[in-house]
Design a protein around this ligand. Sequence first.
Ligand SMILES: C[S@@+](CC[C@H](N)C(=O)[O-])C[C@H]1O[C@@H](n2cnc3c(N)ncnc32)[C@H](O)[C@@H]1O
Length: 298
Amino acid sequence: MSVNDDPNAQQREFWRNADVWVQEQERLDAQLGHIGLAAMETVEGLPTEANVLDVGCGCGQTTLQWSERVGGSVLGLDISETLIDVARRRGAAHAAERPETAPIAFEIADAQTADIAALGAAASGRNGVFGGFDLVFSRFGVMFFADSAAAFANLRAATRPGGQLAFVCWQTPRQNPWLVTVNKAVLEIVEMPDGGGPAVDPFAFADPDFVSDMLGAAGWSDAGLESFETEVLYGVGSTLADTAQFAMDLGIARRALAGHPPELHAQAKDAVIAALAPFETPKGVVFPAAAWIVTARN
Ligand SMILES: C[S@@+](CC[C@H](N)C(=O)[O-])C[C@H]1O[C@@H](n2cnc3c(N)ncnc32)[C@H](O)[C@@H]1O
């Protein structure tokens, strides 16, 4: 299979191995929950029987939240089979506990290339009469495509005319210092291996002009970006050492430390603890954070 057939193969591999997103799902949900809810609250005027697509849904917290808010159906789509396994288990438990909420389906698919309308038709139970999603939503799940304009055009193709887009993405690393704080501390102890740069760049949509131009190129209208400045409670409810370990299990820190002896891991952990200490508060480690709430229409 060529890269043209499978443009996000590297992403699939990265997120298949995202076991920390499974193990730390509750902490990550607690960290990101209020930002996702803020984006949900900007969505107005959905029809009563709205069908919603949650892109890059991961372990599915926002997919379940949408099922409580709409009367149609909700489809959570993600490239990672590991994360969709978790989401399906959560979805089944949610449906058993809350049978009155909208039906949920989860599918493993690349949002850039999949026939999403066909998946939506099956999820809504309206094969043949599915007119497209009323809303395409994402909480930090749309910044990782090999070709963003192609992916957003593919998402638009599965959206009904007049349907909405709403997602959240991070602003700059400077406004979201948790990643830099942790990585800087680790990289003072170990070097980044060759080719060890970020496999995923969570800040790929930091530039608002890039995002609105890209959405325009993908055929979306009325793109708007609203700044959402907030805090994230990093490693909620845990000790500084526990939070340091959580931070080191994510992203570049983990890749940089792979294969190094335990003494270096211990030194890196001490460095991360020292770097996190200035952000410690009585409720835990708290970082400033800034996201864009992005909206558009088909
Ligand atoms: C930062 S995580 C966010 C997960 C979830 N939305 C949340 O807020 O917990 C990014 C997600 O995007 C997914 N993803 C990355 N590339 C994708 C693609 N091409 N198609 C579908 N999902 C993708 C990843 O597997 C991962 O679950």
